[in-house]
Write a protein that binds this ligand. Structure first.
Ligand code: PEP
Ligand code: MN
Length: 340
């Protein structure tokens, strides 16, 4: 059930309804929008007893949420979720760029790339220190040493960091270094990991699984949100199809569809979505046209020497070229590109 508070509701009303919802046996989730506050009554409890809260101070409307994903549903919260990381806004009309190497490999690689991304107009620096590789014999990432290099890149450039978390054992470690935590495609349905993300203070960048439906992606977001972390952004990164001309099929239908289904920011990753550097810029443009709130791309000073995903990585000049080419598309889509 969802309780929509009146615009005039005061904090005391919100707290009182929240307590009553819990007393009835539901979990209470207070979701604050710019316009008004809604309170989700989630779980199994007596719905009839929630309905009679309509007579309480500050309550405007009460209705059931028909979707299986409740807190993530657009019907629960009409306005877009905006996630604030330092002074950068994600969602709500702003377009953001997450860029960096697939893997953190060395100090020089990280510092050169992060400088290039900063001067090219990127907003977040990405880099994997723990890598989910198909083969156990492939490079698995630098681990904590890699996280330290990411922290140095942040000190040098001021760009916030995003890095992937693969295991519950490293939640504290990754949270210490990373401004945003990435949950990769292969862990999209690692439910214990998702629950653990609900109790971190960090925003979560949740990538769509290789064979996941949009509803499954939203149910995974729901795992995080139902544990109390509402700062979740979703990433379309390509799905498995029969087509072999590219690594994955970037499902851009997902962008406007997810925009209808959820209020969470939607990011597109045309690097993993295609696996081909020549396709990244055209698909980034298409992602903007489809309504994406941002993109994630891979950048390496020497892609031919990259330890992972070199074939889909831009050089630094190619990254800058892409940024220039995207500007008119971002403007035409009615979004703002903030210069940091
Ligand atoms: C990555 O971002 O480098 C990555 C491994 O992504 P995905 O989980 O989408 O494959
Ligand atoms: Mn990669």
């Amino acid at each position: 059930m969802i309780v929509i508070m009146k615009r005039s509701a005061i904090e005391k009303d919100v707290q009182s309804i929240s307590k009553k919802i819990e007393a009835i046996g539901f979990q209470s989730h207070i979701i604050r929008g710019e316009e008004r506050t809604v309170i989700g009554a989630i779980g199994t409890g007596d719905k009839e007893r929630v309905k009679i809260l309509i007579n309480q101070d500050g309550v405007d409307r009460i209705y059931p949420i028909s979707k299986p994903y409740k807190l993530a549903a657009r019907s629960t919260k009409e306005e877009d979720t905006v996630i604030q990381v330092n002074d950068i806004q994600i969602g709500g009309g702003v377009f953001v760029v997450f860029a960096g190497p697939c893997s953190v490999e060395s100090r020089e690689q990280v510092l050169t790339t992060s400088e290039g991304i900063k001067s090219g107009g990127g907003h977040f620096f990405r880099g994997g220190a723990f890598k989910p590789r198909t083969s156990p014999y492939s490079f698995q990432g630098m681990g904590e040493d890699g996280l330290k290099l990411l922290a140095d890149a942040r000190t040098q450039t001021g760009l916030p960091i995003i890095t992937e978390l693969m295991s519950i054992d490293t939640v504290d470690l990754i949270s210490q270094y990373s401004d945003i935590i990435q949950i990769g495609a292969r862990n999209m349905q690692n439910f214990s990991l998702l629950k653990a993300m609900g109790s971190t203070q960090r925003p979560i960048f949740l990538k769509r699984g290789l064979c996941a439906t949009l509803e499954e992606l939203l149910m995974s977001a729901e795992y995080i949100m139902s544990e109390g972390n509402y700062n979740v952004m979703l990433c379309e990164r390509g799905i498995r199809t029969y087509e072999k001309a590219y690594r994955n099929t970037l499902d851009l239908n997902a962008v406007p569809t997810l925009k209808q289904m959820t209020h969470l920011p939607i990011i597109v990753d045309p690097a993993h979505g295609t696996g081909r550097v020549d396709l990244v810029t055209p698909m980034a443009k298409a992602a903007i046209a489809a309504g994406a709130d941002g993109i994630m791309v891979e950048v390496h000073p020497k892609p031919e020497e990259a330890f992972s995903d070199g074939q889909q990585s831009f050089t630094i000049p190619q990254f800058k070229q892409m940024m220039d080419e995207l500007k008119p598309f971002i403007e035409a889509a009615g979004k703002r590109l903030v210069i940091v």
